[in-house]
Design a binder for this molecule. Structure first.
Ligand SMILES: Cc1cc2nc3c(=O)[nH]c(=O)nc-3n(C[C@H](O)[C@H](O)[C@H](O)COP(=O)(O)O)c2cc1C
Length: 199
């Protein structure tokens, strides 16, 4: 598929068929995801891939799946054949930026311009969402609301203490879904979005 077609076709899909995804397709997708950039090549990004139905149901509970039912009509998290959980390790970045080539003249870790650990996992997630489309599949992204749900998900999946799951990505074959009400906001015009030379 042409890159521009992948980008234009990608959207959050919130209903999936029960068709499974072959393991080699998942491997192919994550080969691309691992090409994401990272600050200082820290590579603080990791993913957990889940296919077991009982685990998927428990993960969906931490994402408050039942609250989506009224709007989207389908349990689109637990029904997806694959759930990918993107995780980032802030401490990996602090460790990396204390190495000789990264410390400043006073031997100190840099003052972080922005939390690059979230920037990097965002890069990985974007490749994943696009690689999924490139395979003829579809995906969504849902947040994990509240600290308790985040801690519960971490425990359920044995995610190490220094890693933070940033959301859950259901992946599958698209079924007819209900578009998000948020889309009614419409896309910003390019004039609002893009600033040449100065804002
Ligand atoms: C950081 C982030 C958090 C999001 N959280 C949720 C969420 O919790 N639940 C959900 O259904 N969609 C969520 N979305 C999807 C957005 O609603 C969606 O990307 C947006 O409405 C644009 O639609 P599109 O991606 O289909 O073009 C999230 C997207 C991003 C990037």
């Amino acid at each position: 598929m042409e890159f521009s077609e992948v980008v234009r076709k990608r959207r959050m899909v919130r209903h999936f068929t029960s068709d499974p995804i072959p393991a080699n397709v998942i491997t192919r997708i994550f080969d691309l995801v691992q090409r994401a950039p990272s600050a200082g090549f820290t590579q603080g990004q990791s993913f957990v891939v889940v296919t077991r139905p009982e685990l998927k149901r428990e993960i969906a509970r931490f994402c408050t799946e039942e609250e989506y039912a009224e709007t989207f009509q389908h349990p689109f998290i637990s029904e997806a054949p694959v759930l990918a959980i993107p995780c980032t390790s802030e401490s990996a970045y602090h460790q990396r930026y204390q190495e000789a080539d990264k410390i400043d003249e006073e031997g100190q870790e840099i003052e972080w311009p922005v939390p690059f650990w979230f920037m990097d996992i965002g890069c990985s997630v974007m490749i994943l969402l696009q690689a999924v489309v490139n395979e003829g599949l579809a995906a969504a992204f849902v947040g994990i609301p509240g600290k308790e749900n985040n801690a519960g998900l971490k425990q359920l999946l044995n995610i190490p203490a220094d890693c933070t799951p940033v959301g859950v990505i259901p992946i599958g074959h698209a079924a007819t879904d209900i578009p998000s009400p948020s889309l009614k906001r419409g896309r910003k015009s390019q004039v609002e979005f893009l600033h040449f030379e100065k804002w």
